[in-house]
Write a protein that binds this ligand. Structure first.
Ligand code: AMP
Length: 489
């Protein structure tokens, strides 16, 4: 059991077992049953396996070799899944790109990850083309004869997931086959996921939550998933027609509850709801308990460290606390009560960034999450805040500096600091505090539009507040906590 205190040798042995194998081989098991649905389309396990093999053959014919990188820049779809599994099956690693990225953000990821080619859907292919990276249309995935299964180890890279550094520039976290296998196998155990389960999958596939839990868990469990664009109607429709599991972020649960308030629906048959990626406010926990028939199981994770802590499936689920470690995972608190992690899910390092990698680990090999934690007497973890000044809005991460850099380029702005203000709808709302330059008027709607032309919409400020000067500490650093306590006039 995850909560047992294991001797280090037993823990190492457990981690080795959880990490063992080749991810492509484990995800693509044969079977005649339907594994994925989207709209009125469906794929059996055998069809999915053959698709992945054929795409792998096609990619190899395009020059992709084991160890190469292939970027995927597209919205969720069955083709996205085929492309991704084709990349893995070819022995390459997939560079995950948020389809919401604008050109400058896409450019940074593509330059940094240096892929051999990018697979993109029609709107994103235009952006990739402009950047001079070879692009394959998602609608016309290359096809070829099934290549032999590549010989890979658990340490072979499987994907690069971009996360943001404190400077605001996204860094590539390299996740290996073993990371994803430990992640997926852990999820099956903690949430009792079986071949009878049907996941209603409405999370972005490029993110660890939707990929490492949603997609991989489905394929490893022997169960199936229905891909739907997130709307409360879509989710409820699928949960009342065979869905047994739903994974979401708090803002999704907020919208689901708002909808259920208006359209009372009995969802008490659903086996499990899981929530994470941002704090689940206790009021929302209780609302879910009332409207869904059970509170969601809150879990905690981070791209580099994996989704590694969860409230118990059987035991009482606790509002405001994220629970106990997954199998094989150790959690402890470091300086400033920073949450430190060790386990089979924890990444090897940042792509081409040995300095950042070195800084990310303690000398004894624990990953430093940047989150502030508290461990109670019963060993349950609670997350108290973030050392880094991350804003989490609608489950997405926004680093203030990245937004500030954009707004600083506007003529009306002399100085700007960006912080998250609490919001019922978004969890936190990106808010810009602007010191006017005096050479042009600060017009809220104009600054928001200026940001929208340059940043993914979730990163753009929802409010712009004018102030005389930025509060700074003795070291000249902006004190964001003072700003977030400022009441807009
Ligand atoms: P990401 O790398 O996008 O998964 O974001 C990871 C960050 O999300 C963590 O470092 C935490 O700050 C935050 N996070 C994830 N799950 C939770 C949770 N259940 N409660 C509070 N914060 C969370």
């Amino acid at each position: 059991m995850a909560r047992d205190v294991l001797r280090p040798t037993a823990l190492d042995e457990l981690r080795r077992k959880l990490r063992a194998g080749n991810l492509a081989e484990e995800l693509l098991k044969p079977g005649k049953e339907v594994v994925l649905r989207a709209g009125d389309r469906k794929l059996t396990r055998d069809e999915l396996r053959i698709e992945a093999e054929t795409v792998a053959g096609g990619l190899q014919a395009c020059g992709v070799k084991a160890g190469d990188r292939v970027a995927i820049y597209a919205a969720n779809s069955l083709e996205w899944v085929k492309a991704y599994l084709g990349v893995l099956r070819a022995g390459a690693s997939a560079v995950m790109m948020n389809p919401d990225y604008h050109s400058a953000e896409a450019e940074h990821i593509l330059r940094d990850s240096d892929p051999l080619l990018a697979i993109a859907d029609a709107p994103r292919a235009v952006i990739v083309n402009k950047l001079g990276v070879q692009v394959i249309a998602l609608a016309q995935l290359p096809r070829g004869d099934a290549p032999p299964m590549p010989r890979l180890s658990p340490e072979s890279p499987a994907a690069i997931l971009y996360t943001s550094g404190t400077t605001g520039r996204p860094k590539g976290a390299v996740l290996d086959h073993g990371n994803f296998l430990a992640q997926g196998r852990g999820a099956l155990e903690v949430w009792r996921w079986t071949a009878r389960d049907v996941l209603v999958h409405a999370l972005p596939l490029f993110h660890l939550h939707g990929l490492g839990m949603g997609l991989h868990g489905t394929l490893l469990s022997g169960g199936s998933a229905i891909l739907v664009p997130f709307t409360p109607e879509n989710v409820v429709q699928q949960l009342t027609h065979g869905g047994t599991m739903f994974f979401g972020v708090p803002s999704m649960y907020q919208r689901l509850c708002d909808w259920l308030d208006e359209h009372a629906t009995d969802l008490s048959h659903v086996r499990v709801f899981v929530c994470g990626s941002a704090p689940l406010p206790p009021a929302l926990f209780e609302r879910c308990e009332r409207l869904l028939g059970q509170p969601p199981i809150e879990r905690y994770g981070i791209t580099e460290g994996g989704i590694v802590v969860t409230n118990p499936y059987d035991g009482p689920r606790q509002p405001g606390r994220v629970g106990y470690p997954f199998p094989g995972v150790e959690v402890r608190l470091g300086e400033l009560d920073e949450v430190l992690l060790k386990g089979g899910q924890v990444f090897q390092g940042y792509w081409r960034n040995p300095n950042a990698t070195k800084e990310a680990f303690t000398p004894d090999g624990f990953f430093k999450t940047g989150d502030v934690g508290e461990i109670a007497e019963d060993r349950m973890l609670a997350i108290r805040g973030r050392i880094k000044e991350l804003i989490i809005t609608g489950g997405f991460n926004v680093y203030p500096r990245e937004v500030e850099l954009v707004l600083e380029a506007h003529p009306a702005v002399q100085e700007v600091a960006v912080a998250g203000l609490p919001s019922d709808k978004w969890g936190e709302q990106v808010t810009a505090f602007v010191v006017p330059s005096g050479s042009a008027p600060v017009i809220e709607s104009e600054l928001i539009a200026f940001a929208q032309e340059r940043l993914a919409s979730y990163k753009c400020p929802k409010r712009v507040i004018t102030i005389d000067k930025l509060p700074r500490n003795a070291m000249g650093k902006v004190q964001r906590s003072v700003l977030t306590a400022t009441k807009p006039s």
